[in-house]
Design a protein around this ligand. Structure first.
Ligand SMILES: [Zn+2]
Length: 294
């Protein structure tokens, strides 16, 4: 019975080789035993190497030799960025935390969290999608998708690739970004963005939170140009559906905003709202944003 490779050893192997295939450098990999496990019957870091699925299969089928791999390992540079990998996606929806955005129209700006987490989705003439996605840590880009070309830095504690999920960690259990790209279904973004002054924007299964007490959760946004905002009644064809003011704490639930320029502006606690055909869903301005901590 083959034992699985311990999680920490897998991580060390990924990090040792800069989170990329040791042959082609693309940021999508599996862990390979250099000397066959069936022969050595144990897991050792020195015997493990990350390989993309393509090169992994070529080695197992014998179309690449073990010597070829050993030469690549000898000359490998683990530093810097990974090579790009092209994504062919036709996502039907985007899930930010637990807010759902669907039925994209035209060139859609989906989200921009103070420039630290940024994403646009554009439909091309032949109905393909062009994705741009940037995640930063302390102002430095650590993960990017530029016109469908995915790459990330090797200067991080861990980048785990599991199927089409990319999980970047700062340390154990400290997830910076968890991005799942399902080819024909959804792009799911969980993230933790440090915005300074001990504040974070967190996208997780509770929604989007800012400080400890501001939530955008369970909202659905469809046929809109952009992402999310907030009131307790239906809003149609207006400039701005709802706007928050300094020191006010607006809690909007179940609002319906339709055909607005901006649905919700600097508003807090938007829950279970439906936003349709708006130019921008939610809009925040950091300097105006008050963060309630308890
Ligand atoms: Zn490869």
């Amino acid at each position: 019975m083959r034992e699985i490779i311990p999680a920490e050893m897998r991580r060390q192997c990924r990090q040792k080789y800069g989170f990329k295939c040791v042959i082609c450098g693309i940021p999508h990999y599996q862990i390979h035993h250099i000397e066959e496990y069936a022969i050595v019957k144990e897991h050792k870091l020195e015997n493990l190497v990350p390989l993309c699925p393509n090169h992994h299969e070529m080695l197992h089928k014998g179309s690449l030799s073990k010597q070829f791999l050993l030469d690549k390992i000898k000359n490998f540079d683990s530093k810097g960025w990974t090579a790009s990998q092209e994504l062919m996606l036709k996502p039907l929806k985007i899930i930010l935390g637990n807010n759902e955005i669907s039925e994209f129209t035209g060139a859609s700006i989906i989200c921009n969290f103070l420039g630290e987490l940024y994403m646009t989705l554009k439909k091309t003439e032949n109905d393909d999608f062009l994705i741009n996605f940037i995640a930063k840590r302390k102002g430095k880009t650590v993960f990017s998708i530029i016109d469908n070309e995915l790459s990330h830095t090797s200067d991080i504690w861990d980048v785990e690739v599991s199927g089409t999920s990319y999980i970047l960690r700062e340390k154990a259990r400290d997830i910076l970004l968890n991005l799942t790209l399902n080819k024909n279904d959804a792009v799911i973004v969980y993230a933790k963005i440090d915005i300074g002054l001990n504040n974070k924007i967190v996208l997780d299964d509770r929604g989007i939170s800012f400080g400890n007490n501001v939530y955008i959760c369970n909202n659905t946004i469809s046929k809109s140009q952009g992402g999310v905002i907030v009131l307790d009644k239906s809003i149609n064809k207006c400039g701005t559906a709802a706007r928050g003011y300094d020191q006010s704490q607006i809690d909007i639930r179940g609002a319906k905003a339709k055909r607005c320029d901006i649905a919700f502006y600097d508003c807090m606690r938007c829950r279970e709202c439906e936003i349709e055909e708006c130019q921008i869903g939610f809009y925040w301005e950091l300097k105006k944003l008050k963060i309630w901590d308890n």
